[in-house]
Design a protein around this ligand. Sequence first.
Ligand code: PMT
Length: 400
Amino acid sequence: MNLTGKKIVLGITGGIAAYKSAEVVSRLRHAGAEVHVIMTENATKFVAPLTFQTLSANPVITDTFAAPEYWNVKHVALAQLADVFVIAPATANILAKMATGIADDMLSTTVLATKAPVLVAPAMNTGMWTAEATVQNTETLRKRGVHFVGPDSGILACGDKGAGRMSEPETIVEAISDILNRKKDLAGLKVLVTAGATRERLDPVRFLTNDSSGKMGFALAEAARDRGAETTLVKGSTTAKIPDGIRIIEIESAADLLRTMKKECCTQDVVIQAAAVADYRVENPSATKIKKKKGEPLVITLAENPDIAQAVGTMKKNGQTLVGFAAETDHVLEHAAEKLTAKNLDMIVANDVTKPGAGFNTDTNIATLITGNGAEELPIMRKRQLADIILDRITEIRNS
Ligand code: PMT
């Protein structure tokens, strides 16, 4: 196993299984990973922080906040640094905090702030693991894309028999490795993703646009990159962090996007169009700044933009897979299904942008995937998790 250069933040909560986490750290270090440990105050009662400091060769962050400013900076720093965020052992308490967004100590604060994949290894008494509250919290976390390893069944520290034992260190490290080295099932494929908002100029200083942040398209491009595809991202105006390791083509208007797609599409195996494209442009944009004329309304005539997805659909080549998005506010499935046919798509991802947690500028989305074979309704989840499901379905379509 090679985890060279991977940055792993390991949260340890208060349970007897905390001693097993020493071996997790040791195995991760042997595999080449950089490990940063955060312990809850209760965890420090089971194992001394010095153990983890020695094994990780990094300072251990605990819940003793001598200097609040330092803590404030640090929780963001560790949240951003992690390639994967692991909590082992994870008590019922931390699962409940994560499910409800409680951030009242260093660990719960940092895990709430992270955008990295999160893996938890629960360890608790069987009664706690099977309690309705824990079952619901676990369900919530799974839906949000949190990965689980274990718990195993057996004789527990309290003497009870049943589910609740933390998975063995070797299994936890394998689960971490699986997340970090995701399947490379798109190796050899060229994937193009469009993201962000187009801008239609009124004059040199003003434009018409929309709320797209680029998060959905970026998540798709990142997922395609991680799964081995040669990935191109055609991006309009965005506010999210631009992913690394991806060929980027910048566009501004729908006309730019059309030109780019005509040039690029024929060489792509998969084209996913998540950009929010203006249906109309300003008919006669002014070459100079439009001056205010007091007391007179400003009348702007809009001309219809070309439908780029439709144009790409008419150029579709054999073996190519085309996926579009539909941002809808009403009759979501009907409108999306019409676009599936009109744009000659293999799949359309319908999102009702009026729902909280869906659509523009959110880290999550709520989507229904529509193909010629029917509709798959998905629960709310992180855009990155949705991106992986979309890529899974694309792979299925290509293999069918
Ligand atoms: O970027 P985020 O903040 O993460 O937000 C994500 C999102 C809401 C932008 C994304 O999930 C989404 O729904 N993108 C499509 C937005 C859109 O333009 O939907 P539409 O229903 O108007 O268009 C349908 C499809 O046709 C889209 O694939 C679009 O790229 C394409 N289109 C639309 C108009 C046009 N003139 N040309 C096009 O190619």
